[in-house]
Design a protein around this ligand. Structure first.
Ligand code: 6R9
Length: 643
């Protein structure tokens, strides 16, 4: 599959938590004796207030799953209190600000104090168990405090990425029926302020259900204020008591909602629960990153994405680890920033997205070589397929050829790693996520739903429940069943294609549905299309992805103006602005092509396969166009292809 050499397990990982033999033995046991296996793990990794009655029950025709039911625990207690007093003075979070001169250390004792005070402040404002709290924050420690404070009192958090527009924020607040919002005056990224409170104010005009807006003062910038609704974070926590008993939660009580894009309609609120989620987060963190006590671990994701939830906050803190929170961007003040931060905070593990690696690779080796990086022991990637060239650069240049690269495949819906190398167990093939994690049983399906045996390619599906599995789509359980469990009943449908080679390694090829992956950000083509057709001069739009050197995929829009409208550059600019306004800057189209007509079947279905080929400039492979209502439409699109 790849001409790149295999990298065997390096000698310095000989004493890793999991070696090849142990992986084989534990993986076999996780499938053959799941109850015993998961009981042992749940006891080893988590503190329980009451034991569970049933380890797992599930039904993959309905999508129902329940783990450790009857068991009681609290996530914030597991992430904080149980590490005290032993780790009271150890850092829990290291914060590196956007400005290289700004940093903070938050110890486990300080984390407990901050989380308890905010939890009490939320309670004082009437927020309780089961209530939904929206978190719209920059990458500052208070974002983690807010998540953990919700977990402490049993409130369900819904973190919305700080790069989303007021419109997108509003939709998510309303869908989850949130009663409170935690935000900041402004964020700061690459030296530029992000108007979070101003965005929140716009969104909240349409959200009468939000009675409280708690605002962290980050920049001191000018903001609007609603005295009834708004409160300064620092004022609330100054007077709130510093002790707050963790709420005993059932293992299946909801922990959080996180919105993610699918192929149709509005983003879905993926619901995760307490016990199973935390177990797989904790366990995968320790084993995949081979985490050792006292090591400094840095994941560059934003807490607005699932990677930030599981691998900045919950996984690391459940292990008593030191997790670095970075407010800025990899290229500010210059392209050497990441490696400077690695040296400054003595980072041992660095976990980022392929798009960031490709962007840094494009700048060259010099900014990397400027830093010693001598503390680095392990590298990781997540979010999209990594091309072997970028993998090799990461391995050779960033890791100086001595740090394994773990390419971790998983999804918002899976909650935690599903396919990944273990650095002490797996010989690495650049570009392959390699083997399933403990308890994960995979299959590749052919179009007709039959399982492909041995080497081959097909739809990637999961054959049995795993602890951190999606439990529901908030407010629309049927949508979960339809999206993940109805394509091939009895299987969880990932939406990804994959192949398996002769050594059993999995290679993820990307989405097989209408989901784009732009710089590691998931986006439905339908979302971008809905934004485009909001314009009153636009009749119809179809959006597809196309290969992009840095972003992985770019956004290609075919747009049909209303009759009589002469499309021009001005209209193009308005459409781009509309996408940014409706979704956020991540949804900025790369190409807009005017389309007098779109290729449709006689039943009116848009033939996206053809649009994808044109966008990819694969004009020879357009395939059969005879079923089209009007084949001439395709010729027009090919002739007028920009560039
Ligand atoms: C964790 C996260 C999920 C989608 C997923 C797939 C792609 C993630 C990948 C990968 C190839 C990897 N994806 N990791 N593709 N190799 N290591 O990214 O969650 O935002 O929900 O995206 O991302 O297509 O289906 P999410």
């Amino acid at each position: 599959m790849s001409e790149f050499p295999i990298h065997p397990v390096p000698a310095n990982f000989a004493d890793a938590h999991i070696d090849a033999e142990r992986y084989a033995e534990l993986y076999r046991r996780s499938l053959e004796e799941p109850e015993a296996f998961w009981s042992e793990q749940a006891e080893a990794f988590l503190d329980w207030l009451a034991p569970w009655e049933t380890v797992c029950s599930y039904d993959f025709t309905t999508g129902d799953a329940s783990w450790f039911s009857g068991g009681k625990l609290n996530v914030s207690q597991n992430c904080i209190d149980r590490h005290l007093p032993a780790r009271a003075e150890q850092a829990a979070l290291l914060w590196e600000g956007d400005d290289p001169a700004d940093s903070r250390t938050i110890t486990y004792a300080e984390l407990k104090d901050a989380v308890c005070r905010l939890a009490n402040a939320l309670k004082a404002r009437g927020v309780g168990k089961g209530d939904r709290v929206c978190i719209y924050m920059p990458m500052i420690p208070e974002a983690a405090f807010a998540m953990l404070a919700c977990a402490r009192i049993g409130a369900i958090h819904s973190v919305v990425f700080g790069g989303f527009s007021p419109e997108a924020l509003k939709d998510r607040i309303i869908d989850a029926d949130c009663c409170a919002l935690i935000t900041a005056d402004e964020g700061l990224r690459g030296g530029k302020p992000i108007p979070l409170k101003a965005n929140a104010d716009k969104a909240l005009t349409h959200c009468p259900g939000v009675h409280s807006c708690i605002v962290v003062r980050r920049t001191g910038g000018d903001i609007g204020w609603d005295a009834e609704r708004d409160a300064w974070y620092h004022e609330l926590v100054a007077t709130a008591p510093a002790e707050c008993e963790p709420e005993p939660m059932d293992a299946e009580d909801p922990l959080f909602i996180l919105y993610t894009s699918g192929s149709t309609g509005k983003p879905k609120g993926v619901l995760h629960t307490t016990g199973g989620y935390l177990l797989q987060a904790a366990m995968s963190f320790k084993y995949v990153f081979d985490y050792r006590d006292g090591e400094v671990y840095w994941c560059t994701a934003d807490v607005g994405w699932v990677t930030g939830h599981t691998y900045i906050v919950y996984g690391p803190l459940a292990n008593g680890a030191i997790s670095l929170v970075f407010e800025g961007v990899p290229t500010y003040p210059d392209a050497g920033r990441c490696w400077e931060v690695v040296d400054k905070h003595k980072v041992n593990t660095f976990y980022t997205a392929p798009t960031a690696i490709r962007a840094l690779q494009a700048v060259g080796d010099e900014p990397v070589k400027r830093a010693s990086r001598e503390t680095l022991r392990l590298l990781g990637t997540v979010g999209e397929p990594i091309n072997p060239e970028a993998w090799e650069w990461y391995y050779r240049v960033v890791g100086d050829g001595r740090c394994p690269v773990v390419d971790t495949w998983w999804q918002t819906e899976t909650g935690a790693h599903m396919i990944t190398p273990l650095p002490g167990a797996t010989a690495l093939k650049p570009g392959s996520a390699s083997f399933p994690f403990f308890g994960v049983e995979l299959a590749l399906l052919a179009e007709d739903g039959s399982e492909i045996e041995g080497p081959g390619a097909g739809y990637l599906v999961v054959k049995r429940s795993w602890p951190s599995q999606i439990r529901s789509v908030y407010g629309d359980h049927q949508r979960m069943v339809d999206t993940y469990f109805s394509h091939y009943p009895g299987y969880y449908f990932t939406g990804d294609g994959a192949s398996r080679d002769e050594d059993g390694y999995y290679w993820i090829t990307g989405r097989v549905d209408d989901v784009l992956n732009v710089s590691g950000h998931r986006m439905g083509t339908a979302e971008v299309e809905s934004a485009l057709v909001l314009h009153d001069k636009i009749a119809e739009a179809a959006v597809v992805g196309f290969p992009h050197d840095i972003k992985g995929q770019g956004i290609y829009c075919y747009v049909t103006p209303m009759q009589g409208v002469e499309p021009d550059e001005q209209l193009k600019a308005e459409l781009i602005a509309l996408c940014v306004q409706e979704i956020g800057p991540i949804a900025k189209p790369d190409v807009i092509q005017w389309a007098p007509g779109l290729p449709k079947t006689r039943s009116g279905k848009i033939m996206r396969r053809i649009l994808r080929k044109i966008a990819e400039n694969e004009l020879d492979g357009l395939g059969d166009t005879s079923t089209l209502a009007d084949p001439a439409v395709v010729d027009n699109l090919v002739e007028n292809r920009p560039g």
